[in-house]
Design a protein around this ligand. Structure first.
Ligand code: FES
Ligand code: FES
Length: 163
């Protein structure tokens, strides 16, 4: 089958892409739209470096064809915050050294974002279980878990202060 037009919304912006239906979403994001936060680690759904949020669920974008993503809302790490207005998770990863080489970080933060949406006050065990699909070859996970727990506390305190 030849190339077709597909509409997707990425980080709040409607985008039109021309692609073969079997093109993987991670390739569309990185190569067509220059959204390079999501990384390619394995392309076999093992590492989680390519994790994005699709319609409120964490998804490994190397497992999704562009034809399946059509019409959906996609959020990547770029959509969570900016260098001047970072998401609490981004702040916490910086503050608690939740990264070393940084390769897993965009996927890890995007996954953690959904985890905290679903469970705003997770235990350490729940955080570890929640990020089980995201591999990090550098950190031993200690500081990643610490960062996610710190971000959860920060977000809950901000929510309480706003009430
Ligand atoms: S690149 Fe998608 S899970 Fe590894
Ligand atoms: S920080 Fe290097 S893979 Fe996670």
């Amino acid at each position: 089958m030849g190339k077709q037009h597909y509409q997707i919304t990425v980080n709040g912006e409607a985008r039109d892409v021309l692609a073969e239906p079997r093109e993987l979403l991670i390739h569309t994001l990185r190569e067509q739209l220059s959204i390079t936060g999501p990384h390619i680690g394995c392309e076999t759904s093992h590492c989680g470096a390519c994790t994005v949020d699709i319609d409120g669920r964490s998804v490994k974008s190397c497992t999704v064809f562009i034809a399946q993503a059509a019409g959906r809302e996609i959020t990547t790490v770029e959509g969570l915050g900016t260098p001047d207005a970072m998401h609490p998770l981004q702040e916490a990863f910086r503050e608690h050294h939740g990264l070393q080489c940084g390769y897993c970080t965009p996927g890890m933060i995007t996954r953690a974002y959904r985890l905290l949406q679903e469970n705003p006050s997770p235990t350490e065990e729940e955080v570890r279980f929640g990020i089980a699909g995201n591999l990090c070859r550098c950190t031993g996970y200690q500081n990643i878990v610490k960062a996610i727990l710190a971000a959860a506390a920060e977000m809950n305190a901000a929510k309480e202060a706003a009430e």
